[in-house]
Write a protein that binds this ligand. Structure first.
Ligand code: ADP
Ligand code: MG
Length: 636
């Protein structure tokens, strides 16, 4: 035997890996057992990849080896070794896969983690933190690997997880696959105990589809439960499988287990999580369903089986009809695959519809947790009708217990002559309730949907219509259409009608106001929509709602205040008082102050007032004057 000595090469971990290692090594995470879940899941992935290559006819080294994961425990040397017969790694693969973090989103994950260390413990178990989690329990790791490709060399990778690792080619040919020897820290001796390791495997890795052995004994009880008849699967089995799939610690909100025969044959087992697990919102790549063909995993987290707006769904789909050797790249163009994905989408939407009818409380949980992502489904034209029925909104209707409404419920409450569905966007329910634009809707008793999520605006304008009813933003509504609806709310105090002369004076007052405001507004005119407020700004055309306009100006980096019409409530006492002053002296300074104030207050409500100094100074001036009059009046 030749004893050619191979040189060790030393490398440093990439910065983001160091950061992750630092967090993991120093975290006081009590649930350190998940390191085993991660190593087994990598072994299982490596075996899946090997089986996949083998199915598509790739030549495999040592093809006679059984596909399995073997665990050896050694109390004396305080080690645990996890060996798989998967695809293994070449030297370059070790460096790229283990030395850097390949997963998208991981870097952001680390950033968030290091910024909020306190929360690290809660988060570690929920995410697949991957290979590096081994350093929570290891003082040293030796990884031996040989790729499945013919004539691959064997390599030994060693690291203490502190910042560096070394790689050395080894002379003696290793078995195909990867073997990871973990030298446990003194406080981690428990992981050399058979009963303890068995317990961990049963808890986290029971559904891994390859045998996991300790010695000669298989520990995991594989069952493709999605292929079993629904009646024979217990609730606990569903829960256990869901937790295995999702890393969630809670039970799912809903289980969808279907065996579909027509038009295409497949089994699916899907789960709707009871919580939005993507706690940071950056984990957007980490979704998808596992695609099997006759029990063989073809693709982990396939992203095309469900549209993105249903990406909160976890689960597996197992097809009878797809060829085993199908490549992941051509899946999307495969007709059978398309049919399966359409059918899976319908399964989910039908289930949601069923919940919405039969269990409102459950549906509310769904909406609260997943509504934000679900709403993105406005682009799914094929399922638009179903999708729209599933939307929920807050509205001006006074519901008990913060209930939400569907569009069909809204329609059932519409006025006999009402032809449109109205909505308004605002910062909060409270802000919306006080919006002057809503006054006429309140007077007519017309319900208005309250939108508070910026995305809602896009969604509404893209949907455009529900059944025969146009969806209309309140500030785009054609008020003439409201004229023939009776008032339900009478204004409390009857205001006196204006005399002929006063009518003329009012017209001059409005032109005076326009003169003061100059180019800031296009027009000053009498309003038909106001009841309690003296004035408001409205758009000059009806092509875009105010909030949409605002979004567009942010997109276009346009900081100019859009020119609008200032509408005046002629029955408001402030306006009537202004008229009195105007009649005695058209050039009284008060008219100018009041005009500026009305304009800027309206601007403020629309969210456009960038500099409040003038407004505040004017209010102070007016308050000073009025306090003087007030004290005189009260003889103080
Ligand atoms: P992830 O599994 O999410 O990709 P990990 O940190 O767990 O992230 O693993 C990083 C990469 O290292 C894997 O994607 C894989 O390429 C490689 N790897 C880890 N363990 C093994 C193994 N047992 N066999 C082959 N490759 C492995
Ligand atoms: Mg992994």
């Amino acid at each position: 035997m030749t004893t050619k000595e191979h040189q060790s090469k030393h490398y440093e971990f990439k910065a983001e890996v160091k950061q992750l290692l630092n967090i993991l090594v120093h975290s006081l995470y009590t649930n350190r057992e998940i390191f085993l879940r991660e190593l087994i899941s990598n072994a299982s992935d490596a075996l899946d990849k090997l089986r996949f290559e083998s199915n598509r006819g790739t030549e495999i080294d040592e093809s006679e080896l059984p596909l399995e994961i073997v665990i050896e425990l050694d109390e004396k040397s305080n080690t645990i070794t996890i060996t798989d017969t998967g695809i293994g790694m070449t030297e370059e693969e070790i460096i790229t896969n283990i030395g850097t973090i390949a997963k998208s989103g991981s870097a952001e994950f680390i950033k968030q983690l290091s910024e909020s260390k306190a929360e690290a413990n809660n988060i570690i178990g929920k995410f697949g933190v991957g290979f590096y989690s081994v350093f929570m329990v290891a003082e040293k790791v030796e990884l031996k690997t040989r790729s499945y490709k013919k004539d691959s060399a064997s390599y030994l990778w060693i690291s203490d997880g502190l910042g560096n690792y070394e790689i050395k080619e080894i002379e003696e040919s290793a078995q195909r696959g990867t073997s990871i020897k973990v030298f446990l820290k003194d406080d981690s001796k428990e992981f050399t105990q058979k009963y303890r390791v068995e317990e961990i495997i049963k808890k986290h890795s029971n559904f891994v589809s390859f045998p996991i052995k300790i010695g000669d004994n298989r520990v995991n009880t594989v069952a493709a439960i999605w292929r079993e008849p629904k009646s024979s699967v217990k609730k606990e089995q569903y829960n256990e499988f869901y937790k295995f799939l999702s890393y969630d610690t809670e039970e799912p909100l809903e289980v969808i287990h279907k065996s579909v025969d027509a038009p295409i044959q497949f089994n699916c087992l899907l789960f709707i999580p009871s919580k939005n697990i993507d706690i940071f919102g950056f984990n957007r790549e980490d979704y998808g369903l596992d695609l099997y063909v006759r029990r063989v995993l073809i693709q982990h987290k396939n992203k095309d089986l469900l549209p993105e707006y249903l990406s909160f769904v976890k689960g597996v789909v197992d097809s009878e009809d797809l060829p085993l050797n199908i490549s992941r790249e051509t899946l999307q163009e495969n007709l059978i695959f398309t049919k399966i994905s359409n059918s899976v989408t319908s399964q989910v939407l039908n289930t949601l519809e069923k919940i919405s009818k039969e269990d409102k409380e459950k549906y509310n949980i769904f909406w609260e947790q997943h509504g934000k992502i679900f709403k993105v489904g406005y682009g799914d034209y094929a399922n638009r009708e179903k999708y729209m029925e599933l939307l929920r909104f807050d509205s001006s209707n006074n519901f008990k217990n913060k209930e939400l409404t569907s569009l069909s419920e809204y329609v059932s409450r519409m006025k006999p002559d009402q032809k449109e569905i109205y909505y308004l966007f605002g910062a909060s329910r409270e802000a919306l309730a006080m919006d002057p634009h809503l006054e006429i809707f309140r007077r007519k008793g017309i319900e208005v949907l309250y939108l508070t999520d910026p995305a809602d605006e896009f969604i509404m304008s893209s949907l455009f219509k529900y059944k025969d009813y146009d969806l209309k933003s309140v500030d785009q509504a054609d008020l003439n259409k409201l004229d023939n609806l009776n008032d339900v709310e009478q204004s409390e105090k009857k205001v006196e009608d204006l005399s002929k002369d006063d009518e003329l004076q009012l017209t001059s007052l409005l032109s005076k106001m326009k003169e003061y405001l100059g180019d800031k507004v296009t027009e000053v005119k009498v309003s038909g929509r106001l009841q309690d407020s003296p004035a408001c700004l409205v758009n000059t055309d009806n092509t875009m709602s105010s909030s949409m306009q605002k979004i567009m100006s942010i997109v276009n980096k346009d900081t100019a205040v859009p020119k609008k019409i200032l509408e005046i409530n002629r029955d408001h006492s402030l306006v009537r008082n202004m008229l009195k002053v105007f009649k005695s002296n058209p050039n009284d300074e008060f008219i100018k102050d009041a005009t500026d104030q009305l304009y800027e207050s309206s601007l403020l409500l629309e969210g456009y007032l960038s500099d409040p100094h003038k407004l505040v100074a004017r209010i102070n001036k007016l308050l000073t004057e009025s306090s003087e009059w007030y004290s005189k009046l009260k003889n103080i």
